[in-house]
Design a binder for this molecule. Sequence first.
Ligand SMILES: [Zn+2]
Ligand SMILES: [Zn+2]
Length: 464
Amino acid sequence: MTPSPPETPHAPGTRYRPDAAAPEPSPEDLLARAGGVLRPALGLYLDIHADPELSGQEARTADRFARGLASAGCEVVRGVGGHGVVGVLRNGGGPHVWLRAELDALPVRERTGLPYASTSEAMHACGHDLHLAAAVGATELLARLTDRWRGTLVVVGQPAEETLTGAEAMLRDGLYERFGRPGAVLAQHAAPLPSGTVAHAVGGVPAAAASAMLDVVLHGTGGHAAAPHLAVDPVVTAAAAVMRLQTVVARETAPQDQVSVTVGTLRAGTAANVIPDSAALGIGVRATDEASLDRALCAVHRVLAAESAASGALREPSVTVTSRSASLRCDPAVTYAVMRAHSGLLGAARVLPWPGSMAAEDFGLFGDAGASVHGLRGIPLCYWMLGVVDPGVWDRAATGDRGSLPAPNHSPHFAPHLGSALRPAVAALTAAALDRFAGPRVAEGRPGARADGGSGRTGPDDAS
Ligand SMILES: [Zn+2]
Ligand SMILES: [Zn+2]
């Protein structure tokens, strides 16, 4: 997931000014109560941040998360779809509300200079460590508030989100058969917004883009650097392909469509005096809908094949789709209900519209996009962006101080401001869960709208 800042009144370049007329936080004051669980959540964050593990290798992270859930009172099952962890907290009959957080880090060398920085070649540069800490904090808080809800809380630690393979692995491992059908699945993601704000995708905007990742090998014919006429140089083929691929967006995509094509890796050769046999490219293609993604993928294949042919390559390129994920569509009624809960928690001015981005997520597979895997339809998803930037830093950036611009996700300088971000992260997740335990209410959500549109589709299961 790679969120980018929204073009909202709170985007960089504008001051962050909470609306004085916003509703007061709820009398339940989850923000204050969240203070009581911050110490263990912070400890978990620092442990996980300092010791990150790459997608599919999250053994120690999974163990720490599992122990955090167990100490909050969950029954914990490990090893679901790889290193996946599932914690279950039962509190009588009622809805089944699921929370999901991600276990994996990125192959980025951290350069934050923080005392708890990772010293390995991996880094939590996407905030998944914060998501895990918030999930454990919310679980602990809900365990202390069992007089306020009835039902079953299921907390998922998902491996391999960055490779968009972990959700499918958990679902294929029988996640829903083993732990029951969710009434709703909730998740949040760190984003370059001021701490204490959340942003929801509404109005048909996908919360995350459709995405495909490709591993490509361009074949050449190796030889001596001094005799290029006896070789087919795949480095030149790759260079031409990378440049031509830029036109897939610039010249083949309608300006009103959102598509991105990025060559994230390019590797070839072992020595300056050797023409290699092949060049390898890692390509990410994203679009807001599947049809645009398909069109872009066709164009990428065409460019790769044509550039290889133009180079005189004897073999066509090898193209492997390593992952593909659908765009993330949240349930509108549940989203409006959770927005209302967040407005009560944080104040309406701190609940923003998310304009969508080219970020990709496999969270959608927990809902209809994964129906071919888990066989269920109508499981409502709710996913929001979570501000993690020190509001003071945000305001300095708004004055034009470019040096104060917060580092985005996936940057080696990415650093959520724990002092201001962790408490609202715990509280936002808890408030959303409590809202879903309370179930759909008439006229909840958008003013004048029925939460479930009268269909009852968004109602949590009443399984006990
Ligand atoms: Zn990410
Ligand atoms: Zn992410």
